[in-house]
Design a protein. Structure first.
Length: 491
């Protein structure tokens, strides 16, 4: 039955569709193929998530060869949840991309653009679904290499510099990850994550195991853009095409956080990773620093895309703080925020994409009166901003509330101070935009209309999702809680 082949189809379909984009000469055809492929991946992700919720863990082996000789996919609630996030965001943003990409990228290059998009989607889905450490590295590089291409295709010459900087930092991170995986293979003789989890406790006290863990942690930290390893991210988001900024901001770092969670809890185990190797304290310090310093830097940004990029670094800090609490409640907050942050940052970057398409700028000074000139677009930005700050009845509030509860459970009062300070700083940098758009006066000299519906509808879907999941939390919190319990128990 085809239902049993869904794990393979999840990755194979976008992988096959990617080179087909090069064979389709018409931009409309390549865009349509990308949307259909993303929607198919979303459907498969939904079916896999439903199957995992109903039947438990899915084990899939290629060619009937069981691990460690064959390649295996092992899908639990955690990676099924991540698959759903990635494929859904890709579908929504790819619908938005048709008009946006047409205005930023020449027609003869759009086939390359959508090929890179689908390869990036393939890599992100592969990272989330695979149960093999080396395959994870391969998929990580597929997503990274295609991301470099996507960023470099921005219409600002600085996009080339941003892509090159990302390439250098990404290569360093990938090298560290590969060294870490190599050390684990030399120590255990296997690359299957389930086998690694069984064999590592026997050799946990060796220098090789500790060195492997250290290399993996630093390499993944670079991919996450964990402060202070974040320097590649602001330029990458600021100068990439608008659709790419939205896609990567909502998915790439979330998948990298998933990789960190998988190695900490499923492969090494929380006792080794967060106790024997004193990572919990280090993550708490780095996460807190990210929230405070990145939020402070965001206040002084004139380019709103860079402002949101630094905001993403701060939001990654919240994700890491949840991990540092070493509790099911903290892990629930992290997994929940993976989803909620994808919604809020996706909505914000899509709103910016609409604005950039219409006025050709994302500078703060050009936002004067946009609340009146582009009311629907700024409505999306306003909702996303409220969620980013953590106002009640938004998805962002739910994430911070569960993080607060987790911190209170552990008695970590400084974390509460960090969360409050981060929210207050977010109010400041978001208010600068809102003030200019709504209180800066109406600019009668420049009558600007709204973005087309093909751009507004995807943006409003994400904006309304921020409100819906801020009120109805049964699905998001329920899945996150169960996923956290599964992952924490595995560690």
């Amino acid at each position: 039955m085809i239902i049993t082949q869904l794990p393979a189809l999840q990755v194979v379909i976008p992988l096959i569709a990617a080179p087909l984009c090069l064979l389709l000469y018409r931009p409309l055809a390549t865009w349509l193929l990308t949307v259909v492929t993303s929607a198919t991946a979303m459907l498969i992700s939904g079916l896999i998530l439903a199957q995992v919720l109903d039947q438990g863990v899915i084990d899939y082996t290629f060619g009937g060869w069981a691990a460690p000789f064959g390649i295996a996919y092992r899908i639990d609630l955690v990676n099924a949840y991540v698959l759903m996030i990635v494929s859904t965001i890709s579908t929504i943003v790819s619908v938005f991309a048709r008009v946006s990409v047409a205005s930023e990228i020449e027609a003869h290059n759009q086939g390359i653009f959508y090929t890179a998009w689908l390869l990036c989607l393939t890599g992100l889905l592969g990272i989330a679904i695979t149960g093999d450490a080396f395959n994870l590295f391969v998929f990580l590089e597929i997503s990274s290499l295609s991301s470099y291409v996507l960023i470099a295709m921005g219409n600002d010459r600085r996009s080339l510099t941003a892509a090159f900087q990302y390439l250098i930092m990404g290569t360093i991170g990938a090298t560290f990850i590969l060294i870490g995986i190599g050390l684990l293979y030399a120590l255990t003789g296997t690359l299957n994550m389930l086998d690694l989890a069984e064999r590592i406790p026997e050799v946990a006290n060796t220098r090789t195991a500790r060195a492997g863990f250290a290399f993996l942690t630093v390499g993944i930290g670079l991919k996450i853009a964990l402060f202070p390893l974040h320097l590649w991210l602001p330029n990458a988001y600021a100068y990439a095409p608008s659709a790419v900024s939205a896609f990567l901001a909502a998915t790439a770092t979330k998948v990298a956080v998933y990789v960190l969670l998988r190695f900490i809890f499923s492969v090494f185990g929380k006792d080794f990773a967060l106790d024997t190797m004193p990572l919990a304290l280090g993550l708490a310090i780095l996460g807190s620093s990210a929230v405070i310093f990145a939020s402070a830097i965001a206040i002084f940004q004139d380019n709103i895309k860079r402002m949101l990029a630094y905001s993403s670094v701060a939001q990654i800090g919240y994700l890491i703080l949840g991990v540092s609490l070493v509790s099911p409640a903290g892990l629930t907050a992290t997994i929940l925020h993976l989803f909620n942050h994808a919604l809020m940052k996706g909505a914000l970057f899509l709103a910016l994409g609409c604005i950039a398409w219409r006025i050709g700028s994302s500078r703060l000074g050009d936002f004067k009166g946009l609340g009146y000139r582009m009311p629907w677009t700024m409505g999306v930005f306003l909702i996303g901003s409220l969620s980013l700050v953590g106002i009640p009845m938004t998805a962002g509030f739910i994430s911070k509330w569960y993080l607060v509860l987790a911190a209170l459970e552990r008695g970590w009062w400084p974390v509460l101070v960090v969360i409050l300070a981060g929210s207050l700083l977010a109010v400041i940098y978001v208010w600068r935009v809102i003030e200019s758009a709504y209180l800066g006066g109406k600019d009668n000299e420049a009558q600007v209309g709204e973005a087309p519906l093909s751009m507004l509808i995807p943006a409003w879907i994400l904006a309304l999702a921020n409100l819906y999941f801020g009120v109805s939390t049964d699905l998001s919190v329920g899945v996150a809680t169960e996923a956290a319990t599964t992952l924490f128990g595995a560690g």
